[in-house]
Design a protein around this ligand. Structure first.
Ligand SMILES: Cc1ncc(COP(=O)(O)O)c(C=O)c1O
Length: 489
């Protein structure tokens, strides 16, 4: 936690600092130098502002899984460089020096680590390789589109805040046929990935200080967007309709965000009766926008328990087509390729207009030409891409699951029905488990994993501290290697 005093951050606790540090230990050199170097850089960019008190040496050492001496020497280096000062009784503080105050924002540490290259086996990103059908279409659009069709894609200015007409229609037919959610092209706004879809809805629906209810744990991107929008975060356990109803009644949120089908990170599918309860709640609270994220809905694991033919579980909006406060967001990133950056918002007319206005203000529209290629891909290849991707994902899941069972039998996790991640609970050792410290130690064994706190609202007794998220998107060989390395932590 960071504690503000007079608008300034007065102190930062060890877990929050660990998030900011990212993969600090993934370079050559002694740990204390790497740590001092990273702290100095954060002070330079203003992310650790002047006056901020750093955590006590022992607390930071525990959180980083290093010796106290490593932290003490790093703090000494900072003092030697004139970046920090230590006073008896008031700890070690960053001292004033040239900074860029605009750099100060509380990014979720998950995204901070995306900015770095590191040699670690990366189990943090639930991101997939490009499907071969997609690669072929991008390589040679003429395989899907005739010359006049291709020429039509470059007609006009190319600024399309609602999205390309053909792609809006293709996404609408996808939702209608694959998700049983009757949709017209006019109900779709094309976005730059699912991430922007969520972000735009938040911008449209939530004012600073209002509450937002999310599942805890949840997709870290939504936490980041909500924090930037200055929402008050309220977490409820995934799939707990009673807790959700209580949270809505108590906190009067502007927005509820849920991942009912193949929850990230848990991989669960919300049962049909729970979906009905959520829809009934939405009906009782027309002032609250309910966002249903179907980004992972088609990533089903064939060997998982539960129904897997097609999409197991229809979107909430399909259960109550008349409700104007049900919004659906999604993305092709997990089925096709994240590099397409193609997502969407599906909403009633009023919200479509608001989201398109927010999209225009954000970036004037996503890349126009590619939208035409993606529309043609959806029409011609969607089924074959889904089949290919499910095999791709299943092989990787099977490899990681088997490796965890043999190398880390004391870890507990529910078999996901779909999605790209395993949400694993670390065994209670002698002391209290801390998955952030574990992730730090894992990094030095060459494996990057997401500690649960980055997927948590920070509420509740645990705040994700006993869990880690493992994405099974690397090759089976690397996943096996990673499990062996994790067992050695
Ligand atoms: C549930 C969920 N929604 C949205 C996204 C973001 O998708 P995109 O890469 O299309 O921005 C992700 C990515 O991990 C996700 O898991």
């Amino acid at each position: 936690m960071t504690v503000p005093i007079n608008g300034q951050l007065a102190r930062i606790d060890a877990p929050a600092l660990v998030d900011l540090l990212g993969r600090w230990s993934q370079a050559d050199g002694s740990l204390y130098r790497l740590l001092a170097g990273r702290l100095g850089r954060l002070a330079d960019t203003g992310e650790l502002p002047a006056g901020l008190r750093l955590p006590p040496e022992r607390e930071l050492a525990d959180a980083l899984s290093v010796s106290r001496n490593t932290v003490a020497t790093a703090y000494q280096l900072l003092r030697d460089d004139g970046m920090a000062q230590t006073r008896q009784g008031s700890g070690t503080r960053i001292v004033p020096h040239r900074t860029t105050p605009g750099a100060v924002h509380r990014a979720n540490g998950y995204f901070t680590s995306m900015l770095e290259t590191s040699p670690a086996i990366d189990l943090t990103m639930a991101a997939v390789d490009c499907a071969p059908q997609v690669a072929a279409a991008l390589d040679d659009p003429s395989s899907l589109l005739s010359a006049p069709e291709r020429r039509a894609l470059t007609a006009g200015t190319g600024y399309l805040p609602y999205g390309h007409r053909e792609l809006r229609a293709a996404l609408a037919s996808l939702l209608t046929s694959r998700h049983e959610l009757d949709t017209s092209a006019e109900q779709i706004v094309v976005t730059t990935g699912g991430h922007q879809a969520i972000d735009l809805v938040i911008r449209c629906e939530l004012m600073p200080g209002q509450a937002a209810v999310v599942e805890d744990p949840t997709f870290p991107g939504v936490l980041d967007s909500l924090q930037r929008a200055r929402a008050r975060l309220v977490g409820v356990p995934p799939g707990d309709a009673a807790r959700l109803a209580a949270a809505v009644a108590t906190h009067s949120p502007a927005l509820v965000y849920l991942i009912p089908t193949h929850h990230n990170p848990v991989g669960s599918v919300m049962p049909a009766d729970t979906r009905q309860s959520v829809v009934a709640l939405a009906r009782q609270h027309p002032e609250v926008t309910f966002v249903d994220d179907v980004t992972l809905a088609e990533i089903a694991l064939p060997d998982a328990p539960g129904p897997v033919a097609g999409v197991p579980g229809v979107p909430l909006a399909a259960l109550a087509p008349d409700l104007p406060n049900l919004v659906t967001v999604g993305s092709l990133s997990k089925l096709y390729w994240g590099g397409l950056r193609t997502g969407w918002v599906r909403a009633p007319a009023g919200m479509v207009a608001r989201v398109a206005a927010a999209k225009a203000a954000a970036d004037l529209g996503s890349t126009a030409y590619q939208q035409g290629v993606v529309a043609a891909l959806i029409a011609a290849q969607h089924d074959s891409i889904v089949t290919w991707r499910r095999t791709w994902v299943s092989q990787r899941f099977a490899a990681l699951a088997a490796a965890l069972r043999s190398s880390l039998p004391s870890w507990t996790w529910a078999v996901p029905s779909g999605g790209l991640t395993i949400w694993a609970r670390l065994p209670d050792g002698a002391g209290t488990v801390d998955s952030s410290a574990f992730a730090q130690a894992a990094l030095r064994r060459g494996v990057a994993i997401v500690p649960g706190r980055l997927l948590s609202t920070g509420g509740g007794s645990d705040g994700g501290r006993s869990h880690v998220r493992l994405a099974f998107t690397q090759s089976p060989e690397l996943l096996r290697e990673a499990a062996t390395a994790l067992a050695g932590v």
